[in-house]
Structure formats: structure tokens, C-alpha cells
Design a protein around this ligand. Structure first.
Ligand SMILES: Nc1ncnc2c1ncn2[C@@H]1O[C@H](COP(=O)(O)OP(=O)(O)OP(=O)(O)O)[C@@H](O)[C@H]1O
Ligand SMILES: [Mg+2]
Length: 306
């Protein structure tokens, strides 16, 4: 399912009290890909993604969500099927939890869209297992959980509905490093299953590792929309202007380029960077020096890892 935004403006509030936030947005979210949305705080990322399942309707312009078209005039009733097709994990997961127990919370979505109790329970258990949620906590109140556990329940709530498109607003917030690594795997798996994923993130490493294309928001407008490799090939000064960081591997690569190193592609991982550097050192005929170093390390027992 493709989502296409055409000439969208959005303002919060009504009458004289309106606060314009999004201006002239034109974007396509391709099917089966991960689109990352980045940009400094307050640039309009969360406001933008809420247009993707019509939680917010455009003030002007149109949003095409599969076969549905949403405009300012679209009636609430017409929006219900969209909610089943586009699932959303909010920036603050506690804002989407409400049931007395974890299991009931995750069952709510499937039940709301027509599943029987038994089907909803199965879908909920499968989804909770997928996000690594501890079975002993199924009957707990979701409000007695830690931030990371709440995040997993909110994720499971969306997975249980199995929507074609899933939107994640900073899903790694509150997760420990292992939880974050598991989340990356989950998002990759969902993409490989053919889901369309939209991911808001402040973590550039995550964006580099996952995204096919990136949208950069600035002051409610699209400052860039391009494949991830193209984006991170932009100069460091451009990222500084957007108040954005570069992933560490790419920042390092760009510094090395200033020293005269030439890389044939952007390093997506530390491993990739190390391999490319080793190739550079060989071609710079520094091999002898490296072997000497290796020899002296061997004599002293090599580097110590403690
Ligand atoms: N409910 C609201 N009513 C009025 N203004 C709002 C509302 N929600 C957000 N805004 C304003 O809209 C602008 C964009 O906010 P939004 O939450 O979309 O930014 P964001 O890019 O998601 O930021 P962050 O990275 O901090 O999550 C901000 O200026 C914010 O103050
Ligand atoms: Mg936000």
C-alpha cells in the first residue's frame, strides 16, 4: 500500500487560534520499504506521521492512503478502515495504553476490528512474544511497567493487528541496548515480510542501518527526501545547518577524506569501515609498516582485552 501526500498544509487549533505547523508537504512512502523521518525537535515529525493514519486531517491538500483519500472534508466514519491498515506506535507509549491488563490491552485492536476473543488472544500472545515481552507480566496493569516494557506492549498492540503499514515514532526510546538491537531486527523482519515502515528517529546509526529512504523535516517543511546513501553523502556543514548529527562511521570517514583518503562507498557499519580502511592502507603501500606493528604486538603479547 502506497501512501502519497500532496500539497499538505496543517495547522493545530481552529478559528483565530490556529498554529500552522506543516507547510506544502509532498511525499510518497513506497510499499515494502523503510522510510526514516529525521529533523530537529519541533520540526513537525510527529505531526506529519499522524496524517498517515488520519489521526490528524490536513488543513489543505490530500493524503492518499492505499485506496482512501483524506482531505479536510473527510467524515470520521470513513477513517475507521484506515486505522486497521496503518498502525501507529506513538512517541509516548503510555498515551496509547489503557486496558486493565497487558494482555487485554494488546487484544483490544484485533477485537475492535472483528476478531473473536480466542483469535484476539492468539494474536496478542504471538505479538507479545515477537517483542520479547515476559509472559509472567501478561496480567499486570500496563501502567505498572517500566518505560521499556510499556514500549514493548505498545509495539505488540500494533503488531497484533497486523496492519500493512506501520508507523513508529521514536520506538527505541526507553529501550536498553539489547532491546534496541532486537527492535532493529524486528523492523527488518517486518520490512522483509513486505510491510511498509515509517520510522521517526533521532539516532542516526539506526537510520543508516535500516532506512531505504530518508525524509528530513525542518520548520514544518521537507528539507530533503532521498535514498539514505545520498543523504549521508551530503557535506557535514549541511547536517550542522539542520541540527543533525552524522552516524559515527560516516563522520569518521569524512574526516579521513580530509586527510586524503578516498572511499568508494559510505561505511554502514564499523566492520565495513575497518575493511575499507585496511584496503586504503594497503593501496597506500603501508602494508610493511602494518606488518611491523603486528610483529611488535606479537612480541609484547599483542593488545590486551580486559
Ligand atoms: N497538540 C498541539 N497543539 C498545538 N501545537 C502543537 C501540538 N502538538 C505539537 N504542536 C507544535 O507543532 C510543532 C511540531 O511538533 P511535533 O511534535 O510534530 O515535532 P517533532 O518533530 O515530533 O518534535 P520531537 O522531536 O520533539 O518529537 C511544534 O512547534 C509544537 O509545539
Ligand atoms: Mg515527535
Amino acid at each position: 500500500m502506497v501512501i502519497n501526500i500532496e500539497g499538505l498544509d496543517f495547522a493545530y487549533g481552529a478559528g483565530k487560534q490556529t498554529v500552522p505547523v506543516l507547510k506544502n508537504i509532498n511525499l510518497t512512502f513506497p510499499e515494502g520499504q523503510i522510510t526514516a523521518i529525521i529533523g530537529q525537535t519541533g520540526s513537525g515529525k510527529s505531526t506529519l506521521v499522524q496524517q498517515l493514519n488520519a489521526l490528524l486531517k490536513p488543513t489543505a491538500g490530500e493524503v492518499h492512503i492505499g485506496d482512501h483519500t483524506v482531505t479536510n472534508k473527510t467524515k470520521e466514519k470513513a477513517l475507521t478502515p484506515i486505522r486497521a491498515e496503518v498502525g501507529m506506535v506513538f512517541q509516548f507509549p503510555e498515551s496509547q495504553l489503557f486496558a486493565p491488563t497487558v494482555i487485554e490491552d494488546v487484544m483490544y485492536g484485533p477485537k475492535n476490528f472483528g476478531a473473536t476473543d480466542e483469535e484476539a488472544k492468539q494474536a496478542a500472545e504471538k505479538a507479545l512474544a515477537k517483542v520479547g515481552f515476559d509472559t509472567s507480566l501478561y496480567d499486570q496493569s500496563p501502567f505498572n511497567l517500566s518505560g521499556g516494557q510499556m514500549r514493548r506492549v505498545a509495539l505488540a498492540g500494533v503488531l497484533a493487528m497486523n496492519p500493512q503499514t506501520m508507523v513508529f515514532d521514536e520506538p527505541a526510546a526507553g529501550l536498553d541496548p539489547q532491546g534496541q538491537a532486537e527492535l532493529l531486527d524486528l523492523l527488518r523482519t517486518l520490512r522483509d515480510e513486505g510491510k511498509t515502515i515509517v520510522l521517526i528517529s533521532h539516532q542516526m546509526e539506526q537510520v543508516l542501518a535500516l532506512a531505504n529512504q530518508v525524509v528530513v523535516m525542518k520548520d514544518g517543511q521537507v528539507a530533503a527526501h532521498e535514498p539514505v546513501e545520498e543523504l549521508f553523502a551530503r557535506p557535514q556543514s549541511w547536517f550542522a545547518d539542520q541540527h543533525l548529527d552524522l552516524p559515527e562511521t560516516i563522520a569518521f570517514q569524512k574526516e579521513m577524506e580530509k586527510q586524503g583518503f578516498v572511499f568508494d562507498h559510505l561505511a554502514k557499519t564499523v566492520d565495513d569501515l575497518a575493511k575499507q580502511l585496511a584496503g586504503q592502507l594497503d593501496s597506500a603501500k603501508l602494508t610493511g609498516q602494518r606488518s611491523d606493528q603486528a610483529g611488535s604486538q606479537a612480541q609484547t603479547g599483542g593488545p590486551h582485552h580486559e
